[in-house]
Design a protein around this ligand. Structure first.
Ligand code: PMP
Ligand code: GLN
Length: 379
């Protein structure tokens, strides 16, 4: 058949996790914790299901959860979105991203993506009839080159997609970056899709800057978040979108026919946990920073060069001193031969530059991180 996405295969995350399982490799590839989520959260899910909350939730999300999301945004970002008109619960950030792009990108629109970028953006843009315009982040630092981005804009540019903290590099946007974005978006009348799923995972005292905190961005942005990341339950596939009422209304038109609703007992469990533990997200930075440092420290003496990871639960390792092989080849080879799985970063680019980086997820038990580092030190 004439495919709508001819060159799309199975995602690199699915492939590497499957290869890791097949070869019983240490799996530091796909981003998910290998340790349990808080017990009270898991108990709340069981309780809500046992109590009979197993039918459709309201289309926009359980009111109790939207209220908790609003309270959390107030607490951490000092912003007050309206839970009724501006917050929508979606079955995962991936669904939120897809719905936002489908709802807002029109035939022929251009959407700026900053490479390397998360793999779900481009297919969504194309299915919406738009065209992705790829602007590379600065080699090495993975910062945005605002002049380069400015030059990529045209009269057809409709949207810019940003992601901070950034998957796969761990780079974080600064306040100055957000001001640049705000100026450009206002001047060129652009929409912004802001993927903030790692909003609580910033290290070394860094602060997250949300589009919701910049008045001119707030009016023209959809911000997407994931409970999977914040509460360590990626398999619960639940997230939310925050956008002004007019954008939310459009997003919900797609959401109601794409997903219709999110999972009821999951939403109720998250609402309970958030009400009981409002400061839980504030514990994450120290928790994951310790894991990052444990892993990095254990790699001292290896032949890898560590790229700085300012946020997310990913660490890039540069293997330039070890091999010249392309990253996807080496990644598969090391999974099979050394029993260690990671993620190549070339699939996150339209035109991958000459670099030798693999992404390792450090949301893993200490013992796994130490075993992984031991293997890597011998390569
Ligand atoms: N955006 C980024 C940058 C991600 O890393 C992920 C993680 N899978 C997602 C979106 C999707 O999140 P979810 O699992 O909630 O769909
Ligand atoms: N976001 C996760 C990662 O970057 C995986 C999500 C997925 O498998 N699609 O590893």
């Amino acid at each position: 058949i004439a495919s709508k996405l001819p060159e799309v295969g199975t995602t690199i995350f699915t492939r590497m996790s499957a290869l890791a399982r097949e070869h019983r490799a240490l799996n530091l590839s796909q981003g998910f914790p290998d340790f349990p989520a808080p017990l009270a959260l898991r108990e709340a899910l069981a309780r809500h299901s046992l109590e009979g909350h197993n039918q459709y939730a309201p289309m926009t999300g359980e009111p109790a959860l939207r209220t908790q999301v609003a309270a959390q945004l107030q607490r951490f970002r000092d912003v007050s979105p309206d839970p009724v008109a501006e917050i929508t619960i979606v079955p995962g950030a991936t669904a939120g991203i897809f719905c936002a792009i489908m709802a807002l990108v029109r035939e022929g629109d251009e959407v700026v993506l900053l490479d390397p970028c998360y793999d779900s953006y481009e297919p969504a843009v194309r299915l919406a009839g738009g065209r992705a315009v790829h602007v590379p982040l600065v080699d090495g630092s993975f910062a945005i080159d605002w002049d380069l981005l400015g030059n990529a804009l045209s009269s057809r540019t409709r949207m810019i997609v940003i992601n901070s903290p950034h998957n796969p590099t761990g780079a974080v946007l600064s306040h100055a970056d957000m001001e640049e974005l705000q100026d450009i978006a206002e001047l060129e009348n652009l929409l912004v899709l802001s993927d903030e799923v790692y909003e609580h995972l910033l290290y070394d005292g860094r602060q997250h800057h949300s589009v919701l905190q910049y008045p001119a961005l707030r009016q023209r942005s959809v911000a997407v978040f994931s409970f999977g990341k914040t509460y360590g339950v990626t398999g619960w596939k639940t997230g939310y979108c925050v956008a002004p009422p007019a954008l939310t209304a459009e997003l919900r038109k797609v959401h109601q026919y794409n997903c219709f609703v999110g999972v009821t007992p999951v939403q109720l469990a998250l609402a309970d946990f958030m009400a009981a533990e409002p400061d839980y997200p504030a514990t994450l930075a120290a928790f994951y920073q310790r894991k990052r440092d444990l892993f990095n420290h254990a790699l001292e003496g290896s032949r890898f060069t560590l790229r700085p990871s300012a946020g997310t639960y990913f660490q890039l390792l540069d293997y330039g001193a070890i091999s010249d092989a392309p990253d996807h080849q080496l990644c598969e080879q090391w999974t099979v031969e050394h029993g260690i799985a990671s993620i190549p970063i070339s699939p996150f680019y339209q035109a991958p530059p000459q670099q030798h980086c693999l992404r390792f997820c450090f949301a893993k038990q200490d013992e796994q991180l130490l075993r992984a580092a031991e293997v890597l030190c011998k390569i």
